[in-house]
Each structure stands twice: as structure tokens, then as C-alpha cells.
Design a protein around this ligand. Structure first.
Ligand code: 0X9
Ligand code: ZN
Length: 415
């Protein structure tokens, strides 16, 4: 009897702890819009009226908060755009998805809990909490003292460390590769794949012959923590803006290159650019650390989700081409072919602004335009829209594997 009661309580505690990050999403709807060519979704995104989830798809999917449903309906009607409601209540939808996942995997809260001496590190099997990631990085540092150095390159708005992993080459003329993960909080697959790349790299001597690697797997720790505790769909950092109804800055609109031309000045927007370029401690820390390596950098890869696209610059303009556009497409296809081999997933090589949407102040444009790095991409990871940001944990391992495959081919090509 006692055992029975405990199991009921444990299930309740577990269910509550994994679903409390949906509270703010009650009544939020997901709509599929007609009209890929329309500029309306991005206009409404800038105005803070909706959240564009995947604009590369044939029919863009957007999230609309209950307070904005009527207003957005009216605007779409006026613009002659139709839509279909895919999800009526995102909180209820996510709970149902979790319930299925829980039945399938029988995850226990123990698999997430660290104590002073032990921390479970699922790595390829599940998304890790921030605590688990930090534990993993410390262990990595201790296990490979010759090869790896771990340093904090700065602090987030809420005073968390932004970690940089340096995996050293013993070749003095090696070029450097920079990988950024987790800039957008809800894109959980991004830090997961970044850690997967680290794990593969430290076990592969070949790659170190030609390249030095700098990897910041968790560029937005406050936002990530917030997606675990409070709002699973949080994208921005945790800056408290002067308008307290709407906090956060989009860290991929805050870099100092064509800052503000394709971003929002409205703090309620998911693409709010902040008060000035590099106003945010996270982008400030990342850019300073990148500057130090700039003379040697050959590749900058910023990991995001979702869409399965490899985006090349520019993002600030779709009429101006980068000088080495043909080679970026060529090398991008080498990545995509490599990534397709194992599981048949297609990654499309497209221009940021033309193929996705016009947006400035992102890591990629800054690395290309200011640092002058030759190969620069934003990689939008799995999936193609079925699960979106709520990608199941059984996608973690195959995502890591296919990106590793593509990444190796890309580096062979660059070398
Ligand atoms: O909008 C973004 O910041 C990226 N897409 S995401 O869905 N992960 O938010 C794409 C950024 C592409 N690069 C530029 N526009 N410069
Ligand atoms: Zn992103």
C-alpha cells in the first residue's frame, strides 16, 4: 500500500516537474499559414504579434499568444492570407507529447538529478540539463588535460558562465574552427549536437592534425535554464527590459554588423535586437573570444534549429552576394552529402536572407563581415517541422551522428 502511494506521488512530482515549463504556453496556438512568399509573418514577428517557428517550410508555422489571436486573425484576413490551426493549446499539446515519451522511455527523475559526487550524463540518449552539461565539460577537462582546455569567456546576464572548450592541435600551422551552440534557448538540439561534436573530436586524432577547435556549446545559459523551469518556447536571453511585460533580447540580432536593419526594436518581439549592438553580456563575451582567434579562423558554424538547412551569408541582404558564394554552396553541399549518408536526412544549402528571411545582427554575418572568416554557416538542425523545437530525445543521437559525418567531410574539403 505504502509502495503504491509512493509511486503515485513520484509520478505526480515527475509529471509536474517536467510540465511546469508549459504554464506560460496555455492557450497559445500553432497556425500553418498559406503563402510562403508573403512578408506578413515576418512583419508581425517584428511587431511582437506572433512567433515565426519555421519560415523555410512551404507553409510557415507560427505561434500566436491568446491575447493576440483576434488581432492577428483580423490582419491576415485583411491581407488575404488563410491559415489552419494545427494546435489549439500548446501547453496541453506538449503535455500529451511528454506523456507519450514517458510511456515509451519510462524516464525517471533520477536520470536528471546530480548530487555532490555523481551526475548522470546521458549525452547521446537525452537532452542534458545545464547542470549536467557543466558536469560533462568539467569531466572532459579533467580526462583530457593535454588536449582540452575549458575556460569561462564571460558571464551571462544572470551571472552564469559561458564556457569555451578549446581542443588543441599539435600542428603549429593548424587553422581554427569555431562552433557556437545554444544561442537560442529553446533549440535544445543545438547544445546537444555541440557536445556530440566535442565528444567525437576528443576521440579522433585525425581532425586535430589540421585544425584547432573552439566550441561554445551553451551560448545562452540563462535562456536554456528558463526553458527547463518556466517556458519551453523561450528563445531570447534573460535581460530584464524596461518594459517588464516583455523581457529578453534575441542574441542572434545583437551582433555589430548591419545591426538593427533586419531586427525589431520592440522588446515584445521574439527578434528584439536590444538597446545597442553587443548590449548583451553573452554576445559581448562570444565576440571578444572570437576576435582573439580571428587571424586563424577558417570556419565558423553556428548551430540552430529547426529546418535542416545550411545557411550561408548574407542574412542582412538578399540582393548583395558574398564574394565566395559559389564556394560556400559547393562546400555546403559536401556537408549535406556527408550528413545524408547515414539516415537519409536532407540538409538544404540556402542563402540566409533569400531562403529563410531577411535578418541582421546574427553571429554568421558578423563573423563573415567583421572577422573576415572564409567559411561561415548557420546550421539549422533537425527536424523539418514535425516536432520542431520539441524534438524527441531519440533524435539526439542520430542528429549528432549525421552532423559529425557532414562536418568531417566539410573539413576534409576545406583542408
Ligand atoms: O533567425 C535566426 O536567427 C536563425 N533562424 S532560427 O530559426 N534558429 O531562429 C537564422 C539566422 C540566419 N542568419 C542570418 N539571418 N544572418
Ligand atoms: Zn536559432
Amino acid at each position: 500500500m505504502k509502495v503504491g502511494l509512493w509511486s503515485v506521488l513520484l509520478v505526480i512530482v515527475f509529471t509536474q516537474s517536467v510540465t511546469c515549463n508549459y504554464g506560460e504556453l496555455a492557450g497559445h496556438q500553432i497556425w500553418k499559414l498559406d503563402g510562403k512568399e508573403s512578408a506578413v509573418p515576418v512583419r508581425l514577428l517584428n511587431e511582437g504579434l506572433l512567433d515565426v517557428l519555421d519560415d523555410s517550410a512551404q507553409s510557415p508555422q507560427v505561434r500566436v499568444a491568446p491575447r493576440d489571436v483576434k488581432k492577428v486573425q483580423g490582419i491576415l484576413q485583411k491581407e488575404g492570407l488563410s491559415y489552419e490551426v494545427l494546435v489549439h493549446d500548446l501547453a496541453a499539446h506538449f503535455k500529451a507529447v511528454d506523456e507519450n515519451e514517458r510511456r515509451r522511455r519510462d524516464v525517471s527523475e533520477d536520470s536528471r538529478t546530480c548530487n555532490e559526487t555523481y551526475c548522470p550524463l546521458p549525452l547521446t540518449e537525452d537532452y542534458m540539463t545545464l547542470e549536467q552539461m557543466e558536469w560533462y565539460l568539467q569531466e572532459l577537462n579533467e580526462t583530457y588535460p593535454e588536449l582540452v582546455s575549458l575556460s569561462s569567456i564571460g558571464k551571462s546576464h544572470e551571472d552564469r558562465d559561458i564556457w569555451l572548450v578549446h581542443i588543441r592541435s599539435d600542428n603549429a600551422s593548424a587553422k581554427s574552427v569555431w562552433i557556437e551552440g545554444g544561442l537560442h534557448a529553446r533549440e535544445w538540439i543545438s547544445p546537444a549536437v555541440s557536445l556530440g561534436l566535442i565528444e567525437n573530436l576528443v576521440n579522433d586524432e585525425n581532425m586535430m592534425k589540421n585544425f584547432d577547435f573552439f566550441i561554445a556549446p551553451m551560448a545562452n545559459p540563462d535562456g536554456y535554464e528558463y526553458t527547463w523551469t518556466t517556458n519551453r518556447m523561450w528563445r531570447k536571453n534573460r535581460r530584464l527590459n524596461s518594459n517588464h511585460n516583455c523581457d529578453g533580447v534575441d542574441l542572434n540580432r545583437n551582433w555589430d554588423y548591419y545591426y538593427g536593419t533586419g531586427a525589431s526594436s520592440n522588446s515584445c518581439s521574439e527578434v528584439y535586437k536590444g538597446t545597442s549592438a553587443f548590449s548583451e553580456p553573452e554576445t559581448h563575451a562570444l565576440s571578444q573570444a572570437m576576435e582573439k582567434e580571428k587571424d586563424n579562423l577558417i570556419l565558423v558554424l553556428s548551430l540552430h534549429s529547426y529546418g535542416q538547412d545550411l545557411l550561408y551569408p548574407w542574412g542582412w541582404s538578399h540582393t548583395v552576394d558574398v564574394p565566395n558564394k559559389a564556394e560556400l554552396i559547393n562546400a555546403g553541399k559536401v556537408f549535406a552529402n556527408g550528413a545524408k549518408n547515414r539516415y537519409g536526412k536532407t540538409y538544404s544549402v540556402i542563402n540566409s536572407a533569400g531562403g529563410l528571411y531577411y535578418a541582421s545582427g546574427a553571429t554568421d554575418d558578423w563573423a563573415y563581415g567583421v572577422l573576415g572568416t572564409e567559411y561561415v554557416y548557420t546550421l539549422e538542425l533537425r527536424d523539418d517541422g514535425m516536432r520542431g523545437f520539441k524534438l524527441a530525445s531519440d533524435d539526439v543521437k542520430p542528429s549528432m551522428e549525421e552532423v559529425w559525418d557532414g562536418f568531417q567531410k566539410l573539413l576534409e574539403h576545406i583542408a
